[in-house]
Design a protein around this ligand. Structure first.
Ligand code: FAD
Length: 432
């Protein structure tokens, strides 16, 4: 499914929810009725929003391949704020409506409302949603461990279940048909979550029995890990895609880290190339052959399917070379069709150099290493510098992967240099 189609489907779903509300709304000019009507609309949209947020993260292959894991994660992060805003608006409107209806102050209204079990369930769910929202806010997220953030985030499922109970038992949904539709929508999302996040990974782990076969040093802080298993070709992993890797050894088994394939799948062997930037990636350097691996995937849409032009520019920054290395070897094309630009701070930071040079030689492709610190006066990614290196730049598709700052600057330069935004295909290593 394409990003545009998904966006249209989500908006259409919101329209259908608003229609449900419109059909059951009873026009009234009374203040308490106005508050209640507003509460019903925001409540239904909040419930729908939460379902969409869960669906975006259900790891459904059609979405992962068509839309891309990084874009899904970005939409989830943005959409989550709106869903939380709707939950808060719903609670506030319901409280005001109840206070006006019973002629009490807000504090007494809170006590009165909490007497209803479905309201108590909703309050508990709201507290969980707020905890998820707070730990996901930029200022907090950067200070807590990824695993802590993730554990708190898993509470979203409990919060959604409490919200669902609240809506089935409460006054937001009127009539058996609406309740049935609502229950079916929740059941569908629940089944998809269990299927793609639990059943499929467990089945694949048992089937493929992946194990580390070799760890190769590629540079001072970078290693390649080769992982082999049974029937790995069945996974149909494409160059440019990534897996979430769980290495079953102390210090690594509790987290699934995303790493792109740095080479096409061969002889039932997958290869990743990992730069040590934190505790987990440092431990990967010490993996021993024989270590069991659970890999879920493949995910990601940075594949040959996105290509629209014969000529392709691959633009890598730092460890963003990994998916582009695999594409450099495998994208169709004759001499002169492929160009790889690899930005790195200095020669020591370049990895897989010999492989890249061999591929460039064999395929008649252009390869340039753009070395230098990002604060150097000369910017090799400025529009003019890019045009000097790739004279017919505007006729290319561009595959871009690098640190967020570099990717943003490179995208702006490419657009200034005449490459349409729709032909810049990128993967963001900070979202998944
Ligand atoms: C789609 C994708 C593909 C990637 N491919 C590669 C690759 O081929 N080679 C490579 O070296 N790096 C790759 N990365 C980056 C790599 O996943 C992180 O560097 C690594 O997870 C950091 O782990 P750490 O615990 O050592 O570092 P930490 O210092 O603990 O984490 C650094 C940052 O990495 C991110 N991170 C940590 N754990 C996870 C996790 N379980 N899931 C998602 N993000 C996490 C967080 O944003 C965190 O702030 C990729 C990332 C993504 C999203």
């Amino acid at each position: 499914m394409s990003p545009d189609r998904l966006r249209t489907a989500v908006v259409a779903g919101a329209g259908a929810v608003a229609l449900c509300w419109g059909v059951q709304a009873r026009p009234s000019a009374r203040l308490d009725a106005l508050f209640a009507t507003g509460a019903h609309l925001t409540g239904l949209l909040a419930g729908y929003g939460v379902l969409v947020m869960l669906l975006l993260m259900a790891r459904i292959p059609a979405l992962e391949h068509g839309v891309g894991a990084d874009r899904l994660a970005r939409w989830h992060a943005h959409g989550g704020r709106y869903a939380l805003g709707l939950v808060a608006a719903h609670g506030l409107l319901a409280l005001c409506g109840y206070a006006v209806h019973t002629g009490t102050d807000l504090l007494t209204a809170v006590q009165g409302l909490l007497g209803y079990p479905w309201v108590a369930a909703a309050c508990a769910g709201t507290v969980l949603f707020v905890a998820v929202g707070v730990t996901s806010a930029g200022a907090v997220r950067g200070r807590i461990r990824h695993e802590t953030w993730r554990r708190v985030h898993l509470l979203t499922h409990l919060a959604a279940a409490l919200g669902f109970v609240h809506q089935l038992a409460g006054p937001d949904l009127v009539g058996p048909f609406t309740r049935w539709i609502w229950a079916m929508a929740h059941a569908t999302v629940g089944v998809l979550l269990v299927w793609y996040r639990i059943v499929v990974p467990v089945r694949r782990a048992l089937r493929h029995d992946l194990r580390v076969v070799e760890v190769v040093t590629e540079g001072p802080d970078t290693v390649s890990v080769l992982v082999r298993g049974r029937g790995v070709a069945e996974l149909q992993a494409e160059p440019g895609q990534f897996f979430r890797w769980r290495f079953l050894r102390p210090g690594l088994r509790s987290t699934a880290l995303p790493f792109s394939l740095s080479a096409p799948v061969r002889d039932d062997t997958l290869r990743i190339t990992v730069k040590a930037i934190g505790d987990h990636t440092r431990r990967i350097r010490r993996l021993r052959p024989g270590t069991r691996v659970v890999a879920t995937g493949p995910f990601g849409a940075l594949t040959a399917h996105r290509r629209t032009r014969r000529k392709v520019l691959l633009l890598a920054g730092g460890v963003g070379i990994t998916p582009l290395r695999a594409l450099f070897e495998t994208l169709d094309g004759g001499p002169g069709d492929l160009t790889l630009l690899y930005r790195a701070s200095d020669a020591g930071a370049v990895v897989l150099r010999e492989e890249l040079e061999a591929i460039a030689y064999e395929r008649g492709a252009a390869l340039h290493f753009l070395l230098g610190r990002s604060d150097d006066p000369f910017d090799p990614l400025a529009p003019r510098a890019l045009r000097d290196l790739v004279p017919d730049l505007a006729a290319h598709d561009v595959y871009l992967c690098g640190p967020p700052g570099m990717a943003r600057a490179a995208t702006a330069s490419l657009i200034k240099a005449g490459v349409p935004a729709g032909r810049i295909h990128s993967e963001d290593f900070s979202h998944a």
